[in-house]
Write a protein that binds this ligand. Structure first.
Ligand code: SAH
Length: 359
């Protein structure tokens, strides 16, 4: 029989209070349980020894302790980056990545969908198509997994980027609910300034996020300076063109007073000319203060489409042109490519969504 228990990470505090009340339990237990679930190394209901034994048994019968279970884990040869393949209750699989940085920070890259419907020409996840949206608990529990492990050695997850599989703004509600849980001081307590959501340019949702009053970071995958080029590599551009995406980004800056990062994957011979750089700089500049934006140049990682990286010199010239236009630009080489953990490399092989394991 299939497991129909919701994961505790998908249960709202109010609902947990009601569930407890129905069993004659005080409401403070809800906070107690939630704190334990986010802040400690507890690996199952059995570890919550501060709860009465009978209550623990009832909780275990009603709720899964985690929404995800680990299938395999790989470490990059650089010794730092790690990628985990996780199973969801229905057997679907997702990946997430830990990116430690010299012991100073631990960034976690998480998925919001199994697969992705956006079909960007250079992205491996896009080749999967959309399998399904994740629940807020399935998103949060990717962080919880790393938090538990890091916590055991006195460290913690310091940064979270929504840059794994999927388009966060195509799964807006659960994505925002998960970000709120990550920020919640009684749960993970991660500073919103260290949380970044990345979108391929779903314009109405950029506006919706601007109105949430969440001081988190927004990254927008731009990847081209003109609609013809962008349309050829990103199907979403047929729905919202570059001007609409840039205007929405400007509204976001205006509304939140936060800087927006543009991601720009560099594809040799496609979008990497000096002219592209000049066009990009002037289009961004025409939206207002250039200091409101930052461009992250990402040399393409091996993936679909057979795209190649420009020569290092060409990438530097591209960055320099942007800087001359007053726009901060950095070239970011993603790590962990030997284990296919770099940007756009997350993909679960077909036929690998095995029957549900115990979660
Ligand atoms: N769907 C969201 C979240 C994914 S973030 C978005 O598009 O923003 C992952 C980032 O990696 C995106 O900027 C994506 O365009 C980029 N990417 C995809 N394939 C890549 C590749 N082969 N090399 C480098 N970056 C890639």
């Amino acid at each position: 029989m299939s497991d129909t228990r919701p994961a505790i990470s998908d249960v709202r505090e109010d609902d947990l209070v009601l569930w407890l009340a129905a069993r004659g339990q005080p409401s403070y237990r809800a906070k107690q349980i939630r704190r334990r679930f986010a802040k400690t190394a507890a690996a199952s209901w059995d570890d919550l020894t501060e709860l009465p034994v009978a209550l623990r048994a009832e909780l275990a019968k009603a709720f899964r302790w985690s929404a995800v279970s680990t299938v395999t884990e790989e470490a990059s040869a650089d010794g730092e980056t790690r990628k985990v393949l996780r199973a969801l209750i229905d057997g679907q699989r997702i990946e997430s990545v830990l990116m430690p940085h010299h012991g100073a920070r631990n960034a976690v890259c998480i998925s919001t969908q199994a697969g992705c419907p956006m079909a960007c020409a250079f992205c491996a996840t896009g080749e999967m198509g959309l399998i399904r949206n994740l629940t807020a608990g399935e998103i949060v529990d990717q962080v919880r997994h790393w938090q538990r492990e890091l916590g055991a050695r006195g460290e913690r997850v310091s940064h979270v980027v929504y840059m794994g599989m999927g388009e966060p703004f195509n799964n807006y509600g659960p994505t925002i609910a998960s970000a709120r849980a990550l920020m919640d001081a009684e749960l993970f307590g991660i500073s919103p300034r260290r949380i970044t959501i990345s979108t391929c340019g779903v314009v109405p949702k950029i506006d919706e996020l601007a109105n949430e009053g969440l001081p988190i970071n927004l990254a927008v995958s731009l990847h081209a300076a003109d609609d013809r080029t962008r349309g050829a590599i990103m199907p979403i551009n047929r729905k919202w063109g570059i001007d609409e995406v840039l205007d929405a980004s400007a509204r976001y800056v205006e509304r939140t007073r936060r800087r927006v990062t543009f991601e720009y994957v560099l594809l040799a011979g496609v979008n990497d000319s000096e002219r592209d750089a000049r066009t990009l700089a002037s289009r961004i500049a025409s939206r207002g203060r250039t200091s409101d934006y930052h461009v992250n140049l990402i040399p393409v990682n091996a993936g679909p489409g057979g795209f190649e990286r420009p020569k290092a010199e060409a990438m530097e010239v591209f960055a320099e042109v942007l800087r001359e236009g007053g726009i901060a630009a950095t070239v970011r080489i993603s790590k962990g490519q030997d284990i296919l953990a770099g940007c756009g490399q997350l993909k679960v092989p077909e036929g690998d969504a095995a029957p549900a394991g115990k979660v």
